[in-house]
Design a protein around this ligand. Structure first.
Ligand code: NAD
Length: 529
């Protein structure tokens, strides 16, 4: 039996190089029956896997790191071909992020899976041995997008597997080849057969995973993608009370205070907005700059943007590649043109690069934008840097929070304490002071948003926490003694409990001591059932 389901569907998906349009491979979408079968076989394999000890899992992690490290260039080249992103970005933001996540697991997993003692302050509970167990869900479904087609599923799959789960991965229809490469790496690392299944297909294929009959349903779902799909998935999940993590879109603000380093902050804005052609959930999509810096800030951003190399027709080295498909370029262009019609000023860029292909858009710096426009409210997901002035901290925070999204944000300042104080006031899952986007690549940092940016966390210990069910175990060393709160209600019982409440919670020491005596006395006088 193969672990990769790609055949016998009626619809197809096509892996293409978005830079050239070259068809890399066509796949038939997996049928619902094949999706269910993938879940069933992952479930069968998981039973044995869940019983393996941490050391056996760590051996696979070591092997995975060895394999990925040895093949890092081959993997980066494939990522670059299937997404169009520069090779350097494929290496740093995808391969290295996955390696670092695996390395984090090597260190964290034994601690994370060790039973965690629960202590008790209540004297009536002192005789108990209590602890938390972290148990695998069973089969975790991972549905992933195209913009980080390797690092996003790699981290989710690693976390799920290492916590003892089986996994069914449904990658984006735009990037199936990279998902298959990930599977190949796990196979080479010696992952038991059947434990990781990859189903290739489109949104409907994904829906088969989330809307399966209960007996074929995954036990937890980690979804990364758009808000609209996230809502659809949440509705389907509600039907079966399927627990889900939703990692959705963003509209991240960058706040540049008057004491920020102009050179560093402008480089960060340009990288944060144009890296991966702006197709990063954590992209800088709104840049708020103190009015005293504004003109120079815009000028330096324009100068730095003009130095970026958009991918030339014949390939070679470049800084900014194409968008994933023409539809994405349409969204970007419509938002920019709408802003221009409303009076915004294009400082540079602002047009499609049809001479390179339908997917290309020039890195664009834009000012004079009305905050009610789609460019400021909706996710752009393209190479556009809107810059807006502000006059004081309160105004900057209010503009940053004026969004339905809340994935991440950044504050730029020479005064860390001030930056950290502002960070607390921003509604977001992560706020960086003097950096952008990098939190995604910090393995210890939880990743996830608030508001429409989603719920739950991936990455870090919190991300591992999403892959396990918490079980509380409580062993009473005084098992032969009847509990004070059992039947036998009546005056004695009430007196005992009142005394106990006084002993525990009274603000008077005398009342506490009296309550303690009263409670003990009543316990021995109380009738029992
Ligand atoms: P998308 O929502 O179109 O698709 C994501 C995945 O869901 C794909 O695999 C797709 O096939 C699948 N899918 C589509 N419809 C489905 C359905 N009804 N049921 C189940 N699965 C379905 O998103 P996209 O265009 O691939 O990715 C871009 C979006 O992802 C952006 O909004 C971006 O901000 C977001 N994103 C978020 C994060 C994060 O960590 N918060 C990271 C990367 C991307």
């Amino acid at each position: 039996m193969t672990d990769i389901i790609t055949t016998t569907g009626f619809r197809t998906v096509t892996a293409r190089n978005p830079a050239t349009g070259e068809v890399l491979r066509k796949f038939e979408c997996a049928t619902p029956g094949q999706v269910y079968q993938a879940v069933d076989s992952a479930r069968a394999a998981q039973k044995t896997w869940a019983a393996t000890d941490v050391n056996a899992r760590k051996e696979i992690l070591h092997a995975f790191i060895r394999e990925l490290h040895a093949r890092k260039s081959e993997v980066a080249v494939l990522i670059s071909r299937e997404t169009g992103k520069p090779l350097a970005e494929a290496l740093v933001t995808e391969v290295v992020v996955a390696l670092d996540a695996a390395d984090f697991l090597l260190r964290e997993l034994p601690r994370f899976l060790r039973p965690e003692r629960v202590g008790h302050a209540n004297p009536m509970m002192k005789a108990r041995r209590s602890y938390l167990l972290r148990e695998a869900y069973g089969v975790v479904g991972v549905i992933s997008p195209w913009n980080y087609p390797f690092s996003i599923p790699a981290v989710d799959v690693l976390n799920a597997l290492m916590c003892g789960n089986g996994v069914v991965l449904k990658p984006s229809e735009f990037t199936p080849l990279i998902a298959l490469k990930l599977k190949e790496l796990f196979d080479a690392a010696g992952l038991p057969a059947g434990l990781l299944r990859v189903i290739i297909g489109d949104g409907l294929t994904g829906a088969s995973l989330t809307q399966a009959p209960p007996e074929h349903l995954v036990d937890k779902l980690i979804f990364t993608g758009s808000v609209s799909t996230g809502k659809r998935i949440a509705r389907a999940a509600a039907e079966n009370l399927l627990p889900v993590v939703l990692e959705l879109g963003g509209k991240d603000p960058m706040i540049v205070l008057e004491d920020a380093n102009l050179e560093t902050a402008t480089s960060a804005a340009v990288w944060g907005a144009f890296m991966n052609a702006g197709q990063t959930c954590l992209s800088v999509e709104r840049c708020y700059v103190h009015r005293s810096l504004f003109d120079n800030f815009v000028k330096r951003c324009v100068e730095k943007t003009s130095q970026l190399r958009v991918r030339p027709k014949d390939g070679g080295e470049y800084d900014v590649g194409p968008l994933i498909h023409a539809g994405q370029a349409d969204i970007v262009d419509k938002q920019v043109q709408e802003a221009v019609a409303a009076g915004a000023k294009i400082e540079c860029g602002g047009r499609r690069l049809d001479e390179l292909g339908m997917n290309y858009y020039t890195p664009t710096v834009i000012t004079g934008i009305n905050s009610s426009l789609r460019l400021m409210c909706e996710e752009t997901f393209g190479p556009v840097l809107p810059i807006i002035p502000f006059d004081n901290d309160d105004e900057a925070i209010s503009m940053a929070n004026d969004s339905e999204f809340g994935l991440a944000a950044s504050v730029w300042t020479g005064d860390l304490a001030r930056g950290e104080a502002l960070a607390r006031r921003i509604q977001a899952g992560a706020v960086m002071v003097n950096d952008v986007i990098t939190s995604f690549g910090i393995s210890e940092a939880p990743h996830g948003g608030v508001k429409s940016s989603g719920m739950g966390r991936t990455h870090g210990r919190a991300g591992l926490g999403e892959m396990v069910r918490l079980k509380y175990v409580d062993a009473d060393r005084m098992g032969g003694v009847a509990k004070a709160w059992w039947f036998g209600y009546g005056d004695g019982y009430l007196s005992q409990m009142e005394g106990f409440a006084d002993f525990m919670f009274s603000s008077s020491i005398i009342q506490r001591l009296q309550g303690g005596w009263r409670s003990i006395g009543a316990y021995f006088r109380k009738g029992r059932v």
